[in-house]
Write a protein of this length. Structure first.
Length: 374
């Protein structure tokens, strides 16, 4: 009996040990599904037909690392050059009789602009004529006959009367009464050559002294005022080179002045750029984009804007020539906007890059990708 109990106990221990061992055993992981091969990346190489380069207007240039100017970008506004501008105004109350020039006209110095009439001028002209005749009689008598005092008084009175008309803005001919115009009528002329920028009046209107009838400016040298933060304005030096973009064209200029007061509305410091404008490119009040040189960048690689292509993902790329008709699309980063060129990184010096025709090359590359997909 005791033997049987021992046997049963031993059997129970063995069974328990087997159960514990079975529970601790690790279950083998399920077999993984065979990996599918990764899709091949889209090709970045385009091969043109022999006539493709000429058809796409493709031009290739070797990249060279060189020193280029560091540019400061700023918005600007075209302003008339005050040093080459003038206002035409009457100095006495007058009425407009006839307009002789209009907005946009190119006028020469001394060219008649407007005819006015004035009661004060008529009175002054009548007085001038009387004193001129008196002076003429005294001259005929001579100083010995008329007396030294009378002779001097007549001469001075005639000169004062004529000077008064000149001070009213009359020409020398009008002041001397040789123009043939009725009394009180006189003509204002252009004080300098230039373009009529303003002519805010109508015929028959009464004009008060000091009101500008015309503004004339020489637009061959125009001002552009770039608005810079005080920190950036400190980097600019007078005489430094600058460029101004207007209507897609870049015009050369130079920094001529920096303001010493901060603009209270914009909290910026205006920097004045003088641009030698050829043709009708710059107009007063027009907003433009400015680039001002503030130093140099050494060992820089720059490409023309036409060499760059921006993809749908916003990334920029250039096309590097790898064979006579083969180009590879290479992603690049734009480091500095230089106006007509941009400093980039992502390609090495010496690479042959398509400086024109990037859009055409990208179109051919897209056609090839579509053909592979079919």
């Amino acid at each position: 009996m005791r033997f049987n109990q021992k046997l049963i106990l031993l059997s129970f221990v063995v069974i328990t040990a087997q159960a514990v061992t079975a529970c601790g055993a690790k279950t083998p992981p399920p077999a993984e599904a065979p990996a599918t091969p990764a899709e091949a990346p889209e090709s970045e190489i385009v091969t043109l037909k022999p006539e493709g380069a000429a058809l796409g207007g493709i031009k290739v240039e070797a990249l060279v690392a060189k020193t280029i100017p560091r540019l400061l970008q700023a918005p600007g506004e075209v302003k008339a050059n005050d040093y080459l501008s003038a206002q035409v105004t009457t100095r006495v109350p007058a009425q407009v009789v006839r307009r002789l020039a209009k907005l946009g006209d190119l006028v020469k110095a001394g060219q008649p602009l407007v005819t006015l009439t004035s009661v004060e001028v008529a009175e002054a002209q009548g007085e001038t004529q009387l004193k001129a005749r008196d002076w003429a009689r005294v001259q005929e008598l001579g100083e010995a006959v008329s007396g030294g005092r009378r002779y001097s008084e007549a001469r001075v009175a005639a000169e004062q009367a004529r000077a008064k008309l000149v001070a009213y803005g009359l020409s020398a001919a009008d002041a001397a009464g040789k123009s043939g115009s009725p009394l009180g009528q006189f003509t204002l002329t252009a004080p300098r050559a230039g373009t009529v920028l303003s002519d805010a009046f109508v015929e028959g209107e009464r004009i008060e002294p000091g009101r500008a009838l015309f503004i004339i400016a020489d637009e061959s040298a125009t001002w552009v005022e770039a608005n810079l933060s005080p920190a950036n304005a400190n980097k600019v030096i007078e005489g430094g080179l600058a460029r101004v973009q207007v209507d897609g064209q870049w015009l050369d200029g130079r920094v001529v002045q920096k303001h010493h007061l901060i603009d209270e509305s914009t909290r910026t410091i205006p920097v004045r750029i003088e641009v030698k404008a050829s043709g009708d490119h710059l107009h007063t009040g027009e907003f433009v984009d400015c680039r001002i040189e503030i130093g140099n960048i050494d060992n820089a690689i720059a490409v023309p804007n036409d060499a760059l292509y921006q993809g749908a993902d916003g990334n920029w790329a250039v096309f590097v020539q790898e064979g006579e008709t083969q180009f590879r699309r290479v992603k690049v980063s734009i480091i500095e906007d230089l106006g007509e060129r941009k400093q980039i990184e992502g390609v090495k010096p010496g690479a042959m890059v398509a400086t024109q025709g990037a859009f055409y090359l990208n179109s051919e590359l897209s056609k090839g990708s579509l053909g592979d997909a079919d």
